[in-house]
Design a protein around this ligand. Structure first.
Ligand SMILES: C[S@@+](CC[C@H](N)C(=O)[O-])C[C@H]1O[C@@H](n2cnc3c(N)ncnc32)[C@H](O)[C@@H]1O
Length: 212
């Protein structure tokens, strides 16, 4: 199995397991992106964030980097005909991606960086940050482990099940979540907003380049 095999059932599976929880996290800082021109979405999957992004920002041009052709097909299907010209899909392994055009002022990585081990997260953040403008935004949603108490134990238990599933069912190399925060800071980003969901199991963060 792979993300490609999971693609047709990914949306219904998320709905059954998490309802609107992950979508609330993906879109928590969407209103901050008004006026942006060029967005880069990493590992966008079946396009749940893309759908709301193109509706909220009618002037935005979007590039989606996604390795799975099946996920790309799912994401393409949700776009209205008049939105398709604004969205470009690149079927690419992120670690081999070379930025080809002018800088991006928005990056979004939702439930994506948790697929990688720390050195991979560091390389991805460095490479993608190198393709952003001096005042770029970076939205991140991901799973997290709270610092202490029953919330921590609960999150460790859920992460254990989740990683066992994804490591068996897909090409995910990670064994646990790697917070991208130190790498984003090193690349010049500062956190401007953060929200936690579901007893701290999930977070949404709005980062922006220091120059802003
Ligand atoms: C856990 S899913 C998250 C999908 C979506 N961003 C969301 O919010 O639900 C990870 C996505 O990243 C893609 N992906 C995983 N590893 C990748 C890689 N090395 N290069 C490009 N895409 C990758 C998968 O195909 C999948 O669609």
């Amino acid at each position: 199995m792979s993300f490609d095999t999971l693609a047709p059932v990914y949306r219904p599976l998320e709905w059954v397991l998490a309802g609107r929880l992950l979508q609330r996290s993906r879109t928590a800082f969407l209103p901050q992106l008004q006026g942006c021109r060029r967005a880069l979405l990493l590992g966008e999957g079946p396009g749940r964030f893309l759908e709301e992004l193109v509706a909220a920002c009618p002037d935005l041009e979007v590039t989606v980097l996604e390795r799975s052709p099946g996920m790309i097909r799912e994401a393409e299907r949700i776009l209205a005909p008049e939105q398709r010209d604004r969205v470009r899909f690149e079927a690419v392994e992120i670690q081999n991606w070379c930025p080809a055009s002018a800088p991006y002022d928005v990056v979004a990585s939702h439930f994506f960086l948790d697929c990688f081990q720390p050195p991979e997260v560091a390389r991805i953040v460095e490479r993608v940050a190198g393709a952003t403008s001096p005042q770029a935004h970076w939205l991140v949603s991901d799973f997290r482990v709270p610092r202490r108490g029953w919330r921590r134990l609960r999150a460790q238990w859920i992460h254990g099940i989740m990683y066992a599933f994804f490591r068996t069912a897909t090409e995910v190399s990670a064994r646990q979540v790697t917070p991208p925060d130190p790498y984003l800071r090193q690349a010049g980003f500062r956190v401007h907003g953060r929200q936690h969901f579901n007893c701290g199991l999930i977070y949404s963060a709005w980062w922006r380049r220091k120059a802003a």
